[in-house]
Design a protein around this ligand. Structure first.
Ligand code: SAM
Length: 214
C-alpha cells in the first residue's frame, strides 16, 4: 500500500461518525456501540475497506469493525462510506496498530477475524510483525469466542507457508487450506474479493487461503 501524507486526513478521521475514537473505552461494550448483540467480525489491516463494506451490505445481522493503521488509507474507506446512499449501520472503523487489539476487545467479544493480503515483513527479524505470527495468534486467542475463527488470504506463498506453520505452532488447527482459492469449488463459495485480491488475481497469481480454529 503506497502511503502519502493527505492534508486534513487526521481531522476528517477525528470528525467522522464512522470512526470509533478512543476505542479502548469500548472494550467489553461493543454491543452498545452497535445497539444489538449480533456477532462481531473484524478485519485487521482492512486497507480501503472494500471487502468489509461488501460483507456489511450482504450480512445486516453481523457487525463489522475494520482496523487500519494509517490515516492516509483509512480516509479512502471513509470516502467510500460517504458515497453510500444509505449509511451502513453495521460497520465502523478504528485507526490503530493491531498490536494493541487486546486493549480494544474483551475476551469472547469477537466471532471472526479476517486477515487479507497482510504485509509480508520478509526479514526474519520482523517476523513478529506479521499478522499471522504466533504473537498475533496469541492476541486473537484472547478476544475470539471459543468457536471463533481466523481467515487469512494472500497471494504471497512464503508468507502463506510461514502462516501455516505459525498457526500450528501457536496451537491452532487448520480447518481449511487452499493454494488456489478461486479454483476451489467449496471455499470459493461466497468469496468476497479484496482490493489486493482483485489486483493480484488479475495478474494470474493464485490466491491462498487458510481458516484457523482452536
Ligand atoms: N486488506 C486489504 C486488501 O486485501 O486489499 C489491504 C491489504 S494492504 C497490503 C495491508 C494493510 O494492512 C495496509 O493498509 C496496512 O496499513 C495495514 N496494516 C498492516 N499492519 C497493520 C497493523 N499492525 N495494524 C493495523 N493495520 C495494519
Amino acid at each position: 500500500m503506497r502511503l502519502r501524507h493527505i492534508p486534513g486526513a487526521e481531522k476528517q478521521i477525528e470528525e467522522s461518525t464512522f470512526v470509533i475514537q478512543e476505542p479502548e473505552q469500548k472494550k467489553g461494550c461493543w454491543a452498545e456501540v452497535f445497539g444489538n448483540e449480533n456477532p462481531i467480525h473484524i478485519e485487521v489491516g482492512m486497507g480501503k475497506g472494500k471487502f468489509l463494506m461488501e460483507l456489511a451490505q450482504q450480512n445486516p445481522d453481523i457487525n463489522y469493525v475494520g482496523i487500519e493503521k494509517y490515516s492516509s488509507v483509512l480516509i479512502r474507506a471513509l470516502e467510500k462510506m460517504e458515497e453510500e446512499e444509505t449509511p451502513l449501520p453495521n460497520i465502523c472503523f478504528i485507526r490503530m496498530d493491531a498490536e494493541d487489539i487486546v486493549k480494544v476487545f474483551a475476551k469472547n467479544e469477537v466471532d471472526r477475524i479476517y486477515l487479507n493480503f497482510s504485509d509480508p515483513w520478509p526479514k526474519d527479524r520482523h517476523a513478529k510483525r506479521r499478522l499471522t505470527s504466533k504473537e498475533f495468534m496469541a492476541r486473537y486467542d484472547q478476544i475470539l469466542v471459543p468457536d471463533g475463527q481466523v481467515e487469512f488470504k494472500t497471494d504471497n506463498r512464503p508468507l502463506f507457508d510461514f502462516s501455516v506453520e505459525s498457526v500450528k505452532e501457536a496451537g491452532w488447527q487448520l480447518k481449511a487450506v487452499t493454494y488456489d482459492l478461486h479454483h476451489d469449488e467449496e471455499l470459493v463459495q461466497g468469496n468476497v474479493m479484496t482490493e489486493y485480491e482483485e489486483r493480484f488475481s488479475a495478474k494470474g497469481n493464485p490466491i491462498h487461503k487458510l481458516i484457523a480454529v482452536r
